[in-house]
Design a protein around this ligand. Structure first.
Ligand code: ADP
Ligand code: MN
Ligand code: MN
Ligand code: MN
Length: 337
């Protein structure tokens, strides 16, 4: 029997890269090899020199098609000298992990997203031409008035589990129509692979349900929470001593580091990190125990037990997890080395 491999890759869309995919039919026993695509249609090449190379790097069972079918995460390369395409951020995560893997970095990412009506682009649960009651009852809420989209969320969780992703949990968020899933704890490269595959599965369910999935960092201006991708991080040393936890939090505030990190934390960071809605302002840096208004939160159990992990609350929902994981690994592991 033939089987299908869905090749996935990250495109060159500015300012926020998107995931693309296409299908290859393979004979039984054949491996999914090197392939290519038209980079002039993905903001990755000019029309007169358009071929970009797709190199499979990891595969997962395809829970949408079932059977022997697979999803294949790829990296992109230039055909001439096989150098990485400039949009290939996975290589940054690989280089960081190659440099600091001996510190055993772990990530848990909280991916928030918003369900939108595909025609009006208005969030699910917002009445047409109007607004729902103010935030308060929606976070982890239950019931028909508060909750929209749970069926899709449950289906998504099942697909993630069947694909072998390290999905750790889900919850309804503070703004109506907003949800979250968590991936982790896994290493610097794996977390990006799993977030991107989980995003792909979410978009595919959006097609099926006729719902737009938005990773916009501030889908509703005004008194509504934005959407982030809180990044929980630890190394072996941080899982053992509080001294390392404090060193890690401090390292992210060293001169130049806040700017360097924010530049890789997704489009529209100033709109989301306002200092309100459980954020620190984008132009200020702070860390604190249990502080959801800080850039970096040290969870209370971590302070109590004297070991564990830190939470960087700044990355946007639309950030590239490869970039976020590379930055975090490089900054903190260099400080702890
Ligand atoms: P919050 O209270 O901020 O909403 P969540 O429960 O949504 O937190 O997410 C916490 C994340 O932290 C999970 O993805 C979990 O896998 C991850 N995590 C737990 N322990 C560690 C650790 N030692 N290192 C890195 N990530 C961790
Ligand atoms: Mn969470
Ligand atoms: Mn959240
Ligand atoms: Mn969080």
């Amino acid at each position: 029997m033939v089987y299908r491999a869905e090749y996935l890759w990250i495109d060159g869309t500015e300012p926020t890269a998107e995931i693309r995919s296409k299908t290859k039919i393979l004979a039984d026993g054949d491996e999914p090899g090197i392939w290519g695509f038209d980079g002039s249609s993905t903001n990755q090449a000019a029309g007169d020199d358009s071929d970009i190379v797709l190199k499979p790097v990891k595969s997962f069972p395809d829970p949408l098609r079932g059977g022997d079918n697979i999803l294949v995460m790829c990296e992109t390369f230039l055909p001439g000298d096989m150098s990485p395409h400039p949009s290939n951020n996975r290589i940054k995560a690989r280089e960081a992990f190659d440099a600091y893997g001996s510190q055993e970095p772990w990530f848990g990412l909280e991916q928030e997203y918003t369900l939108l009506d595909p025609v009006t682009a208005w969030p699910a649960g917002f009445p047409a031409n109007g607004f729902p009651r103010p935030q308060g009852p929606y976070y982890c809420g239950v019931g028909a008035v508060k909750i929209r989209g749970r069926e899709l969320v449950e289906e998504h969780t099942t697909l993630c589990i069947e694909a072998g992703l390290a999905i750790a949990g889900t919850n309804a968020e503070v703004m109506p129509g907003q949800w979250e899933f968590q991936i982790g704890p896994v290493d610097t490269v794996t977390v990006g692979d799993h977030i991107w595959v989980a995003r792909y599965l979410l978009y595919r369910l959006g097609e099926k349900h006729g719902v737009e999935i938005s990773l916009d960092a501030k889908p509703m201006p005004g008194d509504w929470n934005g959407a982030g991708m809180h990044t929980n991080f630890s190394t072996k040393a941080m899982r053992e001593t509080y001294e390392s936890i404090e060193l890690a939090a401090k390292s992210l505030g060293e001169p130049g580091k806040p700017e360097e990190h924010l530049a890789g934390y997704g489009q529209g960071i100033e709109q989301r990190l306002t200092g309100a809605h459980e954020t620190q302002r984008y132009d200020q840096f702070s860390y604190g125990v249990s502080d959801r208004g800080a850039s970096i939160r040290i969870p209370w159990q971590v302070a109590k037990e004297g070991k564990g992990y830190i939470e960087d609350r700044r990355p946007n929902a639309n950030a590239d997890p490869y970039m976020v994981a590379a930055l975090m690994t490089n900054t903190v592991c260099a400080a702890l080395a």
